[in-house]
Design a protein around this ligand. Structure first.
Ligand code: ZN
Length: 321
């Protein structure tokens, strides 16, 4: 039995509609297969309702995105974790219409997919990268949803670029487009990010919350790299957090204090204090300028040289160039 569990409220939930998992109300029959990397174990539970060829596609897809997860700190965030996959009943344009993360012992990522989808389609869906990225930090309990959703929204794009699913230019474009959706979201006008985040389930305003959070991680990553001339990165900061506290339950204020302490910086806390009081999604443009990214009519172009270009390329590549 889980010590505690929590359903993360992710972007994929917007499109649930009337899609009902086929397994709902039935005893779930699954096949189990373990993936092992770096001495760590991922238990993969796949519903028996899939065809054999689809089951193979799902294994190939999960293996791909699980491998992508090693691009952040070199190994999976958990010693043992689970992924479960089940089909939805209705045809869906999105190959992965619904997903959620259950925190417990062990953590479990639950995906609901179309009954049939190619490996290519599954690999190009952002949902898998997003859900896995939630596990990059310890369980944070309730509150500050913007923090975990921002982390997942930032890393879903980095992971896709680092595995070659999208180009570096596409990565910065997607992050920028997300920020524009955040800025355009007026649901929580007049509310601080803390209030908007706490009321998100009741009132909506997901884009403001998600992309304010993504700004936080982009800002932290950029400042860490700039201040340390590339020696410190968000990847390494999260790795240190994982090493000390993977099994801990920490609030977001505790996590940001820990990140400052572990990296000997004064950065995560002050960014946090500013952002939770913000009244709208911050513009990404000043950060983009510092990274050698030009914006013309909302289209991103990348400078090849210049002080920011190398740091920017390192964010997308995931390792020192
Ligand atoms: Zn999410």
């Amino acid at each position: 039995m889980r010590e505690y569990s929590r359903l993360w409220f992710c972007g994929a939930l917007f499109v649930i509609g009337l899609l009902i998992p086929l397994t709902q109300g039935h005893a779930e029959e699954t096949t189990r297969q373990d993936l092992v990397r770096d001495g760590r174990v991922l238990e993969l539970h796949i519903s028996s309702e899939y065809t054999e060829s689809m089951r193979q596609n799902l294994v190939a897809w999960i293996d791909f995105i699980a491998t992508a997860m090693r691009e952040v700190y070199g190994h999976w965030p958990r010693q043992r974790w689970q992924v479960s996959v089940a089909p939805v009943s209705a045809g869906a344009s999105d190959p992965i219409p619904w997903a959620q993360v259950h925190r417990g012992q062990p953590d479990r990522v639950e995906f609901f997919t179309a009954a049939n989808a190619s490996v290519e389609q599954l690999m190009h869906a952002w949902t898998g990268y997003h859900e896995f990225a939630h596990l990059l930090i310890p369980y944070k309990g309730s509150g500050d949803a913007w923090f975990s959703e921002g982390l997942a929204s930032y890393y879903q794009n980095l992971l896709q670029a680092r595995t070659g699913i999208i180009s570096e230019q596409q990565m910065w474009q997607k992050l920028y487009d997300g920020s524009q959706r955040g800025i355009a979201d007026t649901t929580a006008t007049g509310q601080t990010l803390t209030t908007a985040s706490n009321k998100m389930r009741q009132q909506g305003g997901f884009m403001r919350v998600y992309w304010s959070g993504a700004w936080y991680f982009l800002a932290a990553d950029t400042r860490l790299r700039q201040q340390s001339r590339g020696k410190l990165t968000l990847d390494l900061a999260l790795k240190k957090l994982n090493e000390c506290c993977a099994n801990a339950r920490l609030s977001v204020p505790e996590i940001v204090a820990k990140l400052d302490q572990l990296n000997r910086v004064l950065l995560f806390q002050s960014l946090y204090d500013d952002l939770v009081a913000s009244m709208k999604t911050p513009s990404f443009e000043p950060i983009y300028s510092s990274l050698g990214i030009n914006l013309v009519d909302g289209r991103v172009t990348l400078q090849d040289t210049g002080p920011g270009a190398r740091l920017r390329q390192q964010i997308a590549a995931g390792k020192a160039l």
